[in-house]
Design a protein around this ligand. Sequence first.
Ligand code: ADP
Ligand code: MG
Length: 255
Amino acid sequence: MALLETTGLTRLFGGLRAVDRLDLRVEEGEIMGLIGPNGSGKTTALNLITGFIKPTEGAVTYEGEDVTGSPPHDLAGRGLVRTFQITTLFENLTVRENVLHGSHLDNPTSLIGALTRSRRHREQHAALDARVRETLAFVGLERRIDAVARDLSAGEHRYLEIAIALAAKPRMLLLDEPATGLNPEEAAYLMNLIRTLRRRGVTVLLIEHNMRLITNICTRVTVLNFGAKIAEGTPEEIVENEAVVTAYLGKRRGA
Ligand code: ADP
Ligand code: MG
């Protein structure tokens, strides 16, 4: 059984087939790459899978259950967690506060505890703090816990976004172009983070522009062009695939 499967997944925007009958299978423990030229439907596919938009047709199955149209927070609660292509950090808050708010660990019920200053609340608070620190340590940001987000480097921004996703304890993590804006060193660090995640049992769907990153860490790669899958295979198979090379050399729709 695949951990995640899409069948005939389709999304129209007006007359545009942003995602076109996509069949995708991701097995537990894989790092599946999802690549394709700009506008080929990668982000839309991820939005469909994680419930941010609804498909026109087709289905999404997660852990063997039909989850088509389930809202994002339900899916996140089941361990299907994403990051965004465009940063969603609170730039004026600290790293710690970003993890707490971004992962919804600071749910409002704990406020009652805060008011009564109960022992239970103090214990919860300590457990929460430990979890935030553990998550930040994993991405190498523990020292920066009290830094304000706007003072972080581009790389640190990305690691923080990943920390926020990890705080939700994902079984499957979907990353939308995490290496964008990173220098080669930062990208290499990110690559190692993703590898470590996999060793810890997290399944990954990785949208990425950086082909080096894709070929280095993905177990398999799916290639989209104009919303449809044009190739699927190991990184080695993909870079040799003629349809993929043609798509990347920039044949335009209708050309
Ligand atoms: P990618 O992530 O591969 O660059 P996207 O999934 O963002 O591609 O976009 C696929 C296509 O769908 C593009 O042509 C884009 O302009 C279009 N598109 C994406 N989102 C919307 C939207 N909300 N409304 C209309 N068109 C959209
Ligand atoms: Mg995109």
